[in-house]
Design a protein. Sequence first.
Lengths: 275, 206
Amino acid sequence: MPHRNFDIELQLLIDAIYLKYHYDFRGYAQASLKRRLTTAMSRFGCRTLSQLQDRVLHDPAVFQPLLDYLTVQVSDLFRDPAYFLALREKVVPLLRTYPSLRIWVAGCSTGEEVYSLAILLREEGLLERSLIYATDINAQALQMAQAGVYDIERLPGFTENHRRSGGRSSLSDYYSAAYGKAVFDKSLRKQIVFSDHSLATDSVFAEVQLVSCRNVLIYFNRELQDRALGLFREALCRKGFLGIGAKESLRFSSHAEAFADYALADRIYQKKDLP
Amino acid sequence: MSAPVLSRHIAAVAIGASAGGVEALSQLLTALPRGFPAAVFIVLHLSRERPSMLAELFQARCALPVREAADKEPIQAGTVYLAPPDYHLLVDAGPQLALSVDEPVQYSRPSIDVLFETAADEYGDRLLGIVLTGGNDDGARGLVAIRAAGGLGAVQDPATALVPAMPLAAQSAATPEYVLSLDGLAALLRSLASPVSASPAAERPR
């Protein structure tokens, strides 16, 4: 049913955002995008997407909150502890063999995944020789990631996840609590570079040994998934590792053959040593 | 309540269940015959900490293939897709399945409303939505969306549901075509497989 008003308006709005603000949502999975825009419509008091388009074109102040609706992903520290346990037990022993490490967290949103990895690397004695590239398209989310401040009510859940991920220390060693917030340790941040990068429009910027990109690809359509996976393939060194979300898969991608299952249950793949 | 009119083509059935849902779904899935002509999507609220063995559990009782939904999976008729724990299940253009980790909706992820609304958007009048037993009101808004898009609505008769709140909320919000016991819903589903032999006697008008 391609000719319904909402679908027409959606396409026009996405094009308008691209032309005006250079954010490219044309390759996003439609169903989630529609739901998020429907929520945004009521938040901005618009009855139609056309009205929302009018607002966002003529009032740049509306764009950032709209971008948050379209992109911000709330995660947890050590979300899916089994993933981090598999990294620790199966990937870290190989990472140890590199004199210096570069890791890319693609689509880091507000930073939960980045701090989880930094803490894991610190515990494994690898953080000081690591550089973590944390990228996202939402500059405001990146600022929050950089600040590393989370509501204190979330810490019991984070602590439990960290324990189940094979954590060797107490999570409380890495943050200080004040005024209802937990502030993560500056020394973790020294090894992290936060940077604006779009999987839809930008290219590869470094060679890395590990890409962690979880629950980002599910928001992309197959073409954009393929583009992102192509970037990861290009960025990864020979036999480098790729971690994706627990319910994501390379099965429907044209890059599937470039990766070997490494810890399949935990969605960790290894780039094949192809000529 | 009128007798079931299923002369129209139903391409998909979306089912939502919460408390008491495992038993209710077991009973409905048992009724689906081999060669069932529609895809079946299921959201069942579960504790997110527990690893889900539901696909195996239901597969043992169902003649159709039952599997956990995978992101970007093309939808096939005659297949039962379960929402994975802690992910929303959506129907996307194609039609294909999509997953998301968007915020819980009314404390639920997966959310029945999210499945129903996105399925309604894709299937329009070729969709049947069913709300089963449960203790909240998830599915009510979704069933309204299904009916607004021209689809059919059914709820488990609250008087026969283990926990009546959810079908009750859906019934009052969406005034669905069918309010039936599990036996009646099973007969309704079987009638999709062989529309001509649909038996109005299986209906229990209220």
